[in-house]
Design a protein around this ligand. Structure first.
Ligand SMILES: Cc1cc2nc3c(=O)[nH]c(=O)nc-3n(C[C@H](O)[C@H](O)[C@H](O)COP(=O)(O)O)c2cc1C
Length: 350
């Protein structure tokens, strides 16, 4: 199987080759995924054919959107995109923790920059299907003089070519980035983004999500909840990778620097999601991400309060077939619980 061959290569080489193969339109796999009526939802005015999205970081440069939709994703988040292209940190900077079903990365927002990514998105938009929902995740350059300006630039340049925008202030690999989550700073950022939004006609109704870290403490979480309610934030994505290292990790790479993703972050990121759902009284749309590799885990996120769910690391270990498996399992799980539609299960965990 191709995925086993790719696993013999260093992680970043495997990723580069995967993107090249996908771009070459080699028919790695193409079929029409089953449509589940029970999983279709309209959220913030957007129709999602199913709730499973590709998390940011896989298609950083918006190069393989069509190909990833072919695997059955309900939505795809490209990026993180920074205004100017940047190479990111020194290699090696991605590590597979195979025994832990996890990855540690300290890529540092390597991406081709907004100009090239806008051009890729424009090509995609030529025959974009109405069911293909795109999020664009924006960040700041490492060497920027003004953090907020970078986000405003991203929103303005890329927002037009997306169904929703994600403000990434939670990646652990850009110095100072996560401080933007702190009280006062996050609100200043949000207000400026909303002002920019109100000045550009095509952006006025575009949902904006803020992606947060799983390493926030309870007080910081409460601050973000209150700020989100007070400023009518559309949604939150919970969560990015963690700088924590659970005791359970056994891989030799467990002490590499960077953000840990995959199975070991499932529990914490789901607890955080549940807390946020409760702190915001279910009034803010939540996207759950972190360690999802099955329909069961996806369902846990939904019951904890997520309307939508994303994944990345499980794709590396299980390959794209995972999407069909999750959708099927999810459909079965809601039926077992006596629900007719996924929306009935949101926030229903005890
Ligand atoms: C190699 C790699 C690169 C990532 N790059 C980004 C990124 O550029 N922007 C971002 O917001 N999240 C990025 N993430 C975080 C994922 O989007 C996701 O939040 C996190 O991995 C948890 O989900 P998972 O356990 O399903 O992987 C990256 C994750 C990995 C593994």
């Amino acid at each position: 199987m191709l995925i086993n061959l790719l696993r013999l290569l260093p992680p970043e080489t495997a990723h580069t080759i995967t993107i090249k193969l996908l771009k070459s339109k080699l028919n790695l796999r193409r079929k029409n995924s089953k449509i589940y009526k029970s999983l279709n939802q309209t959220i913030l005015g957007i129709n999602f054919k199913n709730p499973i999205g590709l998390a940011a970081g896989f298609d950083k440069n918006a190069e393989v959107i069509n190909q990833m939709f072919a695997y059955g994703f309900g939505f795809i988040e490209v990026g993180t995109v920074t205004p100017k292209k940047q190479l990111g940190n020194e290699k090696p900077r991605v590590f597979r923790l195979v025994e832990d079903d996890a990855i540690i990365n300290h890529l540092g927002f390597n991406n081709k920059g907004s100009e090239e990514i806008v051009s890729n998105l424009k090509s995609f938009y030529v025959d974009k299907d109405i069911n293909e929902i795109i999020g664009v995740n924006v960040g700041k350059n490492k060497s920027t003089e003004n953090d907020i300006d970078d986000y405003l630039y991203g929103v303005e340049k890329l927002g037009i070519f997306s169904d929703y925008i994600t403000i990434n202030i939670s990646s652990p690999n850009t110095p100072g980035l996560r401080d933007l989550q702190l009280r006062g700073r996050i609100e200043a950022l949000v207000k400026k983004i909303q002002k920019k939004q109100s000045e550009i006609e095509q952006l006025v109704n575009k949902p904006i999500f803020i992606k947060i870290s799983p390493d926030l403490n309870d007080e910081q979480l409460r601050d973000i909840a209150l700020m989100s309610l007070a400023n009518n934030i559309n949604g939150l994505i919970i969560s990015n990778s963690t700088i924590q290292r659970p005791d359970t990790l056994i891989s030799n790479y467990k002490n590499e620097v960077g953000g840990l993703s995959g199975k070991p972050i499932f529990l914490n990121s789901t607890i955080l999601l549940k807390k946020m759902h409760s702190l915001t009284n279910g009034q803010i749309t939540l996207i759950g991400v972190g360690g999802v590799s099955s329909g069961h885990e996806c369902y846990e996120k939904i019951k904890a309060g997520a309307s939508l769910v994303q994944l990345y690391t499980a794709l590396v270990y299980q390959g794209p077939e995972i999407i069909d498996h999750i959708l099927k399992e999810l459909d079965e799980l809601i039926t077992i619980d006596g629900y007719k539609h996924i929306s009935e299960a949101i926030g229903k965990s005890s």
